[in-house]
Design a protein around this ligand. Structure first.
Ligand SMILES: [Zn+2]
Length: 384
């Protein structure tokens, strides 16, 4: 197959045309990328999910065992339901220097630029190769990338650095918080409300639990770590949803609570959960009933990222973009997993702004795409 040099915007147009909403198939996009890379002689490893509808892709620009620089992006996008789009979200539309479409900023713009440079890299003799890592189901808790993480863990040669191209307007981000999402179940004993004190109200257990979360939040503010690079400089505990009760005249026997911890990379969620458990056990003793239960399960989690700002990767990526500063970002990325699970030094740096992410009429500017292409060209030059 004859290889064709596509521009990043042409690649972006194609990527946007695949409606790869999380939990829905991305395999056509992955196959298209694999074929394009293949036409340049670059082989892809495709890691499919159980039913084969979704997959991660990993490719290296040349047949070498040298550890390379990994460019990482997710291929899934958030849904468009209920959003007022002025154009078809899955058709790239350009106007006024902006490229509109679902995923342009978050983060197919970066993926397109990375795919272009992988094609270019295949035509160059590089002393250090480039790797491309594309994942699925990132938006629902960095779930899809796990098989890629497992592959990298056991691979004889691991990438020596990773750039996760989530939108930072090409600022170099050294970190983000981690997240653990949990659901707590509180069990009591049902009864007629006229005899309420003889039953055990699960909503009482639930509100006690919420108070414990707030107490531990205060402890984190007073005693936890602090990082003033974040708008909220400490680890947060947040309750997002509480469900319980059927009717006013029934004492409820069940209450569920969805909550989360967003931790600074150097605050341990394990320690925080141990503290919550300790307070829950104390509280349960007050109920004097073995039927009073509070327990939880993890829905998903990903670690925080905290790359040392004096490390080689920070200097390297700053030199590619021509900036001297670093930032930290509010949103999570797969970068924490690459660093914590595989030991790859990682930064977050990509075109576009998260202010446009997840919103109707999402866009990336042509200027940001051009600047990202320039960063990639600088990257290629530095690896020759
Ligand atoms: Zn993203």
């Amino acid at each position: 197959m004859a290889s064709k040099n596509l521009s990043s915007i042409e690649i972006l147009e194609k990527l946007i045309s695949f409606p790869t909403i999380s939990r829905t198939p991305n395999i056509e996009l992955i196959n298209w990328v694999s074929e394009l890379l293949g036409s340049f002689g670059v082989k892809s490893t495709i890691l499919r999910n159980e039913d084969g509808s979704r997959a991660n892709l990993f490719a290296t620009s040349s047949d070498t065992l040298e550890p390379g620089i990994m460019l990482s992006g997710h291929t899934d996008v958030v849904p468009t339901d209920g959003q007022n789009w002025h154009t078809n979200p899955f058709e790239l539309k350009q106007s006024d220097g902006k490229l509109f479409g679902r995923g342009t900023a978050d983060m197919k713009g970066f993926c397109a630029s990375a795919i272009r440079i992988m094609c270019a890299a295949s035509q160059n003799k590089l002393s250090t190769p480039l790797h491309l890592a594309l994942s699925f189901d990132e938006e629902i808790g960095c779930i899809g990338v796990r098989s890629l993480i497992e592959m990298l863990k056991t691979s004889p040669v691991k990438p020596k650095m990773c750039i996760v191209g989530e939108p930072t307007l090409l600022a170099v981000a050294s970190g983000h918080k981690g997240k653990i999402a949990l659901q707590t179940t509180c069990k009591g004993i049902e009864g007629h409300s006229a005899l309420a004190p003889l039953a055990l109200n699960a909503l009482h257990l639930g509100t006690d639990f919420v108070n414990i979360i707030r107490e531990v939040q205060n402890e984190m503010i007073n005693k936890g770590n602090e990082d003033n690079d974040y708008d909220v400089p400490y680890t947060t505990l947040h309750v997002g949803k509480m469900n319980g009760g059927v009717a006013l005249n029934i004492v409820p026997n069940l209450c569920t609570i969805d909550w989360e911890i967003r931790n600074l990379a150097n605050d341990s969620t394990e320690t925080i959960l141990t503290r919550v458990k300790e307070l829950v056990e104390l509280k349960l003793q007050e109920y004097k009933s073995p039927k009073a239960e509070i327990f939880w399960r993890e829905t998903f989690s990903y670690p925080g990222l905290g790359t040392d700002i004096n490390s080689e990767i920070i200097n390297f990526v700053r030199s590619l973009t021509g900036t001297n500063n670093t930032i930290k970002v509010a949103f999570g990325t797969e970068g924490g997993l690459f660093h914590k699970e595989v030991g790859i030094p990682t930064v977050v740096c990509g075109p576009g702004s998260m202010l446009q992410g997840h919103k109707p009429n999402e866009f990336i500017t042509v200027e940001q795409m051009d600047r990202c292409d320039l960063m990639m060209t600088n990257l290629l030059t530095s690896l020759k």
